[in-house]
Design a binder for this molecule. Structure first.
Ligand code: SDX
Length: 377
């Protein structure tokens, strides 16, 4: 016991890895992906350029970007058994659970072993990243009794996702909005799902296993699952015709967490929330859902004045997706569609300079207990 007296509950503040992937200044509200500020990327990059950046630690030239786009376009289709699973599983299944199982199943169609060269690992990252949007859209259409739409062999990840989901080609604005959401969610340091992914990689397990584990971690409401809960909260306020400020006071009085607020690292506004807030405002005006946006602002003000807690990435992403007509239980899947680029980037980095992840626990149980046979207990 005396050898390990201090416990960092939740590993708060522990630095366990070095990484080129992202830098967060939680005091200033600054986020950098591999050297580029999030505002610069939001203004200029495409999601595919961000993928390349996270896998290679540099931006692609035009030929490399064209090559990546072609590879992604050629990798979007799903193996028939995965499609069969998506069509035959329960229509009431949680989309994140289906996504987790389908990604795990994809591993059956690749040699499941430690990926041994960087090029091989990047190709696997491309394959997984390309197929996730197809899985999400296929399950949503299948559970709604609609035909599954095959991916196009052209166009961006954002375009294809919206096309496969809705069955019609998205306009330029919708594609741009989705692309921006994918850029904003791509990477974020040693969050719980990235840590999970690194821990799995550190055992020299394969990339499908690490992404499957990471999806399981992201699904939880304290992590990526919060965006769906934010929307449920806003819809609950609407259904009950409640006053949003009173609603939040009641939650706080009951010592409940308000979803979409708080962060382990940020002590100020999450820079992604700042960008999404602007998008949410603009979209709400365009679509006429201004009430939801106004409630969000009222909730933000209440959380700031009552608890001095700021919104995180999940707060305004909810209303952005809602304005795009996307069902709330797909929001965390969209987070996954993006974050897979960061996870696989970390996998590649971890595999290049690996050491088994193996912390310790402080044993607080008894010792030297006497054995009592079962029939005498
Ligand atoms: C993501 O790590 C990442 O980078 C994650 C992420 C990424 O991109 O990967 O940014 C994505 O996961 C965003 C977070 C989504 N989760 C939520 O929105 C769920 C609601 N938020 C919280 O439960 C909480 O803020 C966490 C889980 C995000 C952070 O938890 P911590 O660091 O363990 O903080 P805590 O729970 O110990 O809270 C500290 C204090 C407490 O008050 P006191 O007991 O000290 O009085 O702040 C309060 C908490 O009660 N608090 C909240 C709150 N968040 C913190 N009170 C009400 N509502 C909240 N949301």
């Amino acid at each position: 016991l005396s050898q390990y007296p201090h416990i960092n509950k939740g590993l708060a503040g522990i630095v366990a890895f070095s990484s080129n992937k992202s830098f967060i200044d939680g005091e200033k509200g600054e986020l950098i992906y591999a050297g580029y500020d999030i505002d610069t990327l939001a203004e200029n990059a495409s999601f595919e350029e961000v993928c390349f950046l996270l896998w290679n630690n540099r931006l692609p030239n035009q030929t490399e970007l064209d090559d990546l786009n072609t590879k992604l376009q050629n990798s979007r289709e799903l193996p028939q058994p995965v499609l069969n699973y998506i069509q035959n599983t329960s229509k009431n299944a949680e989309p994140m659970a289906v996504l987790r199982t389908a990604v795990s199943m994809l591993g059956d169609f690749h040699k499941v072993e430690a990926d041994d060269t960087e090029e091989f690992r990047i190709n696997k990252a491309i394959t997984i990243t390309a197929k996730i949007p197809t899985i999400i859209a296929a399950f949503d259409r299948s559970r709604s009794g609609k035909d599954i739409i095959e991916p196009l062999n052209e166009k961006s990840t954002a375009f294809n996702f919206l096309y496969m989901l809705n069955g019609e080609e998205p306009g330029e604005e919708a594609e741009k909005t989705m692309d921006l959401c994918l850029i904003l969610h791509a990477e974020h340091g040693m969050n719980a799902s990235t840590f999970t992914n690194r821990a799995i990689c550190s055992t020299e397990s394969d990339m499908y296993s690490s992404v499957t584990g990471a999806i399981g971690a992201l699904k939880g409401p304290l992590h990526g699952g919060a965006n769906q809960q934010v929307m449920n909260m806003l819809l609950d306020i609407d259904e009950k015709d409640a006053d949003p400020v009173e609603y939040i006071h009641q939650r706080l009085d009951a010592k409940e967490k308000v979803m979409g607020f708080g962060h382990r690292v940020y002590k100020t506004m999450d820079p992604r929330a700042r960008i999404l807030r602007g998008m949410s405002k603009q979209l709400s005006e365009e679509t006429g859902h201004t009430d939801l946006y106004e409630w969000s602002e009222a909730i933000l003000e209440t959380m700031k004045s009552e608890k001095d807690i700021d919104p995180n990435v999940d707060f305004f992403s909810a209303t952005v997706y809602y304005s795009m007509g996307i069902k709330p239980d797909l929001y965390t899947c969209i987070f996954t569609m993006s974050r897979v680029s960061g996870w696989t980037g970390h996998y590649i980095e971890q595999a290049e300079n690996n050491r088994l992840v193996r912390p310790r626990a402080l044993y607080i149980g008894e010792k030297n207990k006497e054995w009592v046979p079962a029939e005498q207990r």
